[in-house]
Design a protein. Sequence first.
Length: 284
Amino acid sequence: MTDKYAVIGNPIAHSKSPQIHKMFAEQTNQDISYEAILAPLDGFAATIERLRKEGYKGCSVTVPFKFEAFKVANEIGFEVMDALDSAHEADAVNTLVFQNNKIGGYNTDGIGLVNDIVDNRKIPLKDKRILLIGAGGAATGVLHPLLEASQSPLVIYNRTLEKAESLKKTTIQYEKFRHASLETVEFGHLGKKQFDVVINATSAGLNGSEIPLPSTIFASNALAYDMMYGRETPFIKFSREHGAQVADGLGMLVEQAAEAFFIWRGIRPNTAPVIAALQIPRQS
């Protein structure tokens, strides 16, 4: 019997997740289906309950429902993935498992991002100066793995300082991040700071909004990484014009999906052929 999975978001029509999981299933001989489902902005919990009743085994969660997914999960982490689970720390979930009338929640975004940068793009993060743009669900989901990988100062850059401060406060309450070097900066106040890695975790690319960044922000050989994928965002355009290596988030999408697939199926697919098939740009 085919096991059913889905990705839930709003918007969702652009999602490549069904294509990715179809390739994973073919590669690993898993009998699954995987579809994209548009949930009403005020109907995420109801959508999850419907899928559970219809026999789905789990789902991926994308914008704007990651905090809501954390709330519907009544177990954070099953035994199959304890080492990779950061959902409890992040209060944001991108992977749900439906099992024995329980909902398990995980966040694989951070490890997906780190794997794409370090393993696929061959850019070590240790001792790198990192700027993380945004303080919402996407930024929350990747912050802790970035801190662990870089072990160096990190700046959270957000439209409102209050939200960035809230994310910092939530992070440093955990023992392993208590002494982390975290700075918060409001949009327009970066001054002459320079960074080796600049990550856009906002949804600005969805509506073509520009992020206020100084032209001097990029250090030599800096990486500008937009977690949005499939489009030339203003952030990518700005970064390229100012000398940074640029990357979109398609590699991260594949890598986080592979971790979710492992949670669901107990087998980790090879991401390299999927990345090649999706033709991730390697522009500089």
